[in-house]
Design a protein around this ligand. Structure first.
Ligand code: HSE
Length: 440
């Protein structure tokens, strides 16, 4: 049988990883796919640049449009990243009847509904396993392996850069800014690290996971997004003293008639497996009603881990090339005409527990004032800890853990606490989730 001909847009880290994996495992991959997968063209901005992969037999082109318009190319692999020109190129490839494999989470989270509709119309596949958690086959797992389940919630460490920074802050007692510089030096964080550290990258991935878990359209614009740039090393340390680890979590959860979609720093009990995922690794915890809690762990980035997902998608596409488009696994796991119209819950209406750090003047009655404010808002305290004052300061740090409360109530309480004369500065507030296996 003729090989399936592939064109790669963007021969960077993941592109080269894909070339290497396809070449090294060519024979086994062909035995699995039923046909050989052959890269015939790849685009690169600088054709002369030395690369860490052998490109013999691949025509290198500078103009990406040569690939999306090449009638020989059956599957386009989009590895350029970002919104544009990736969106236009993917739509053009679909228009030319080509299947698409992409690692682009921003593209799928923001323009996925449009892209899938175009693909549906043309009867082509758009596969995006590499867009979420790099090498972990989490899309396939939720979409196919867990298809019997009503997914109740999922929680993931899905940004390796942030996880690396938080792990280093904990291990070295270092400040965010210093660890960020180190992460940039090691090549984990981009020169502009905003998407990674401000939670945007994690929210892109969470949006995709929520859509396939609950059968809802992609709604990145409704996700609540808060990153780690304002986390103090004090909070990392105090959390540890109380038996918690601080992680940037993406949480998607089905509540009564709505869906929570939120990315924020979160305290997790240290005994949870996911609390022990350190460094640049990723992990996703998925709770299904039949299977119970399941957890998936692996590299969330890197040339070959991401190529592992890209190649798996290529094999899937090749295996189903001749299938009637209506009998393929739907892009968002549920049939396109059977997506649910569940609203995304505004963060003010989400219930969660909280860690609060306040700085109180060291005199009688101060804590009583604070606890009265919490009691007035019907907020129950789980734990309270007063620390020794920092050298040269007239205030003492007080840490309070609350039980579950509606976010708007804690906001009201915080505003009143900050207004007390005995409390100095802002109250630091971090959400806390127990992630109990029986959480619904
Ligand atoms: N920038 C991402 C991360 C990797 O730090 O996890 C690619 O999705």
């Amino acid at each position: 049988m003729q090989p399936v001909k592939i064109g790669i847009l963007g021969l960077g880290t993941v592109g080269c990883g894909t070339v290497t994996v396809l070449s090294r495992n060519r024979e086994e991959i062909a035995r699995r796919a039923g046909r050989e997968i052959k890269i015939i063209q790849a685009s690169a901005r600088d054709l002369k640049k030395p690369r860490p992969c052998a490109t013999d037999g691949i025509q290198l082109v500078a103009d990406v449009r040569e690939i999306v318009r090449n009638p020989e190319v059956e599957v386009v692999v989009e590895l350029i990243g970002g919104y544009e020109p990736a969106r236009a190129l993917v739509l053009e490839a679909i228009e030319h009847g080509k299947h698409v494999v992409t690692a682009n989470k921003a593209l799928i989270a923001v323009h996925g509904n449009e892209i899938f509709a175009a693909a549906q119309k043309k009867g082509v596949m758009v596969a995006f396993e590499a867009a979420v958690a790099g090498g972990i086959p989490i899309i396939k797992t939720i979409r196919e392996g867990l298809t019997a389940n009503r997914i109740e919630w999922l929680a993931g460490i899905i940004n390796g850069t942030s996880n690396f920074i938080l792990s280093e802050m904990r291990d070295k007692g270092a400040d965010f800014a210093d660890v960020l510089k180190e992460a940039q030096r090691l090549g984990y964080a981009e020169t502009d690290p905003t998407f990674d550290v401000e939670g945007v990258d994690a929210a892109h991935k969470l949006t995709i996971l929520a859509a396939i878990a609950f059968g809802i359209p992609l709604q990145f614009d409704k996700a609540y997004v808060e990153g780690i740039s304002r986390i103090s090393r004090l909070d990392v340390r105090y959390a540890e003293e109380l038996g918690y680890r601080l992680k940037l979590l993406g949480i998607a959860r089905r509540t009564d008639g709505a869906v929570e979609l939120r990315v924020h720093p979160t305290l997790i009990p240290e005994r949870r497996l996911i609390a022990n995922v350190d460094g640049a690794m990723n992990a996703v915890l998925v709770k299904g009603d039949a299977v119970g809690p399941t957890m998936f762990y692996g590299a969330g980035a890197g040339a070959e881990p991401t190529a592992s997902a890209v190649v798996a998608d290529l094999v899937d596409v090749v295996r189903t090339l001749t299938t009637d488009p209506n009998n393929r696994v739907p892009h968002l796991a549920f049939q396109p005409d059977a997506l649910a119209d569940l609203p995304i819950l505004p963060i003010e209406d989400v219930d969660t527990s909280y860690y609060l750090r306040l700085h109180a003047l060291d005199r009688p009655g101060v804590l009583a004032d604070v606890t009265r404010v919490l009691a007035d808002q019907n907020i129950s305290i789980e734990a309270i800890l007063q620390k020794e004052p920092h050298a040269g300061e007239d205030t003492v740090p007080v840490i309070i853990l609350t039980q579950r409360v509606r976010e708007k109530n804690i906001n009201a309480a915080i505003a009143r606490i900050e207004g007390l004369g005995s409390i100095k500065g802002k109250v630091a507030r971090i959400r806390l989730e127990h992630l109990n296996p029986d959480w619904k």
